[in-house]
Design a protein around this ligand. Sequence first.
Ligand code: ADP
Ligand code: MG
Length: 588
Amino acid sequence: MTPRIAVLPGDVINKIAAGEVVERPASVVKELVENAIDAGATRVSVDVELAGRRSIRVTDDGQGIASEEAALAFQRHATSKIRTEADLSTIQSMGFRGEALPSIAAVSKVRLVTVAAGSSMGTEVRLEGGALLAQRETAAAPGTTVEVTDLFYNTPARKKFLKSPATEFGHVCQAVQRQALAFPKIHFRLTHNGHVVADYPAVPTLRDRVQQVYGAQLVDTCVDLQEEAGRLRLEGLCARPLETAHTKTPQDLFVNCRWVKNAAIVHALYEGYGTYLARGHQPRFVLSLWVDPRHVDVNVHPTKREVRFSDQEQVHEWVRSRIQASVKPASVASRTTVVSACSPPQRRDQPVATDGSRDVPGYANPAPDVLAGRQPRPAGVAELGQAYLPTVEQEEVRPLGQVANRYLVAQVGDELQIVDQHTAHERVLFERLQRQFEAGQITSQRALLPQVVELSAAEAVSVRAHLEDLGRLGFEVEEFGQGSFVVRAMPALFGQGDQRALLRALVEDWDAWPSTPSMQERYNTVLASVACHSAVRAGRALEVPEMRRLLEDWREAGLPSTCPHGRRIAMRLTIEELDRIFGRLGWT
Ligand code: ADP
Ligand code: MG
């Protein structure tokens, strides 16, 4: 018999929908905290028992819900945040689908107590499995408390999927942390079984909030970002290149105050680091990006964890260039970047306000610098090499000697520097090659006696396929016979290096091109190979004038801290540090 088609009863629909929104206790926390934020709360408390299995209570001091609407809030698609389809394209609130409360209520027991702004009495509503049990008047402080108990009591299958209390509570903590990072101006507090686990009083900046959440150590190892161009704004912190490691935590990205996963932005970030990131290292970052809400679609994922940009390439390129400018050493960056003009701050316009306009603290607020009408800090003027900024060009460089034919010891200004001769030279050459390449032509030098280079069959195939790319790099290479190539010209910087070793390194780089979509990144790896093979090798004894030349070139490049492969260039000891080490404090 053909199966009969029937529309599912409402409670079944709600349970199915709940499956998308309410995965675990942390999802309940996320949704309830978002509602508190949308209600304009300045304080949000999250109290959890047994990792959220027994109860989750979120209390806010926001605008509350009018008595006559308290029960309505639990109906599917009931929302105060949008009214028409057009509103979808200008969403600035966290919620807009009217799904969270009915979904949570469908799979738990809920008690809501709410007092609307301006009223002296409030309302209490109780539901079980989505069904309204009771509603009565009650007295309470202004704001809203939602208490969710016995989560998944009526969906045993879902309950079985819950992980250990430690894991579930870890997710709850993460959910609170993310919201706290998105809204530094809101006070967040989290307790577990009656113990305070996190308490983040309101602070003026994201940097302060990062310090509360992740500690001073992270903040101290990061560069500050404060960038704005038109309706794009980027604020936050990312690790200085030398402070990157193999770990990815934290990597928090917020788009219009939502924590999101976005491969394009993360890719732009990695590209921005480019050659400043050591192989296998990961940047740590907490970054907030603001985009015109009309140009970002937040309605692509059930929990809104993903977003789509209407002009992804533009956003990608802007983020890449801002990150690059910030992680590059100061003087190099200031030569190559243009500081965007400060545009008037964007105010948050509530698309549909039930009670007149309201401004959620910390929400889409422009950076304090912008508000005060000050110019944002020039791109790249960050801690890296900051001490040198005003005087880097004049700082006296005194080579003191060479250790083991690989490290130069020098006095730069007042500092003692131990410099890896190879990585320092490599970076200097790389920057030059990059400038020449960007200007259109790498200076090339014809060989007096062209050399013949023998390559394996596979290498020869690759070189043959990239003859044009070699030309752009300043080479003139011609096939001579089976696997033999005559090198008639080389980049002038190359000097007397090993041509065969360089060609083989280039073949390796080209092999990796298919997995590197960005042209710039592709050429960077190739330029880095040319620089590496052109640079003075470890083990070569240098005369004092050579040392001086190299150190001066490095200083002129802005004392960069890593080679294009991300390896460290120098170790610095300031005079203060030396004095501290030798106990010479306060007297000479
Ligand atoms: P959405 O947030 O998508 O609108 P929800 O189901 O989360 O949907 O909430 C439904 C409605 O209930 C909201 O639009 C809002 O008007 C109201 N509401 C929920 N939580 C709160 C709260 N903490 N304070 C004030 N109003 C709230
Ligand atoms: Mg909501």
